[in-house]
Design a protein around this ligand. Structure first.
Ligand code: ATP
Ligand code: MG
Length: 330
């Protein structure tokens, strides 16, 4: 069985983008592969976090994962901070990472423009922690959205640097897996930017636990271009193309089919139908989420169980790394 690893930063709430670009695909893989999914709460610290909210969100994300259909028995689902080996391996890798490689990361540029008041070193080195997340578990496949491709490349480079200096055979070379359709869901108000759960403008995303009224409103007020034809054309009709992408993934209909269905209809028709589809897709998710959030003891138990299973693997890799680089180990 191939090993798959992926995670989400614990910021905001999961969005339709996270669902379509990531979790929907994780769900399909859970019986076929050996899957690890983690709540990246260490990554969350790269941006200012209210401690209370961060803690609460870690539970909330765990519950959102389960509500979206990830099975904690079939998968290993855990919080990153429960497995200290992430930070430990990250340091070793940081000392192997040329500054120049990090300087090239486009996501740092985007994020540092957004968080001008807190451009901390963690924001800069976060791709290295991400490499540690991946390499600890000997993951074969990393299912990610398009936006993470560059970070996986860095991780692959780091495997090369490590092997050059310390010899081969410790890490597995990970491969990114980027889904073909719906790989990138765009912001509802500015469809040239990706939908992002940390966006400060709520109108730009649909959270998977938004209430139906809100979802409807957000979709109906999504930005569209001045034309009137419902056609997939990212260059000239970014807004409509984005709505078609979402529609296509959630309905399992092809874009071509949808274009046919909506021939001669207006943008408004598409939006009304899409809003309904999104609401009905997310309704059971929200219900299950509310149910899970009522029992913290149960969530704690499931989370710690996941961490324990993850740690067995992480420890093995870290011990080999410490041995290879000459660090005394406890
Ligand atoms: P943040 O703004 O905090 O970075 P995010 O929405 O980008 O939040 P991440 O935690 O960075 O979410 O990513 C979680 C997973 O969701 C990753 O696999 C990422 O590639 C995927 N993903 C994030 N945004 C989108 C999107 N708009 N479309 C498709 N996939 C996405
Ligand atoms: Mg992101």
């Amino acid at each position: 069985k191939k090993t798959i690893l992926s995670g989400s930063t614990v910021t905001g709430d999961l969005t339709l983008g996270n669902y379509i670009g990531a979790i929907n695909n994780w769900k399909k893989m859970q019986s076929e592969y050996d899957c690890l999914y983690f709540l990246a709460n260490l990554h969350a610290l790269t941006v200012f976090q209210d401690p209370k909210i961060l803690k609460e969100r870690t539970y909330s994300f765990f519950a959102q994962y389960l509500a979206l259909g990830l099975d904690p028995q079939k998968n290993i689902i855990f919080a990153q901070s429960h497995v200290p080996e992430h930070s430990e391996l990250s340091w070793v890798l940081t000392c192997l990472t040329p500054m120049g490689n990090l300087n090239r990361m486009t996501q740092f540029k985007e994020k540092s423009e957004k968080h001008v008041k807190n451009i901390n070193a963690g924001l800069f080195t976060y791709p290295v922690l991400m490499a540690a997340d991946i390499l600890l578990y000997q993951a074969d496949i990393i299912p990610v959205g398009e936006d993470q491709k560059q970070h996986i490349e860095l991780c692959r480079d780091l495997v090369g640097y490590f092997e050059n200096r310390y010899g081969a055979g410790i890490f597995k070379m990970p491969e990114p897996h980027i889904p073909k359709s719906g790989a990138r869901v765009m912001s509802l108000q500015d469809p040239t930017k990706k939908m992002s759960k940390s966006d400060e403008n709520e109108k730009n995303f649909v959270s998977i636990i938004d209430d139906p009224k809100k979802i409807e409103k957000k979709i109906k007020s999504a930005a569209t271009d001045s034309g009137s034809e419902i056609k997939f054309d990212v260059e000239n009709k970014a807004g409509i193309s984005n709505l078609l992408t979402i529609y296509s993934v959630l309905s399992d209909k092809s874009i071509e089919q949808l274009e046919k269905d909506y021939e001669g209809k207006m943008y408004g028709h598409l939006k009304v139908d899409l809003a309904e589809l999104v609401v009905s897709t997310l309704k059971p998710v929200k219900d299950e989420y509310d149910r899970l959030m009522q029992d913290r003891t149960h969530l704690d138990k499931l989370m710690l169980d996941g961490a324990e299973r993850a740690r067995v693997r992480a420890k093995t890799t870290l011990a080999r790394v410490y041995e290879a680089v000459g660090l005394l180990h406890r």
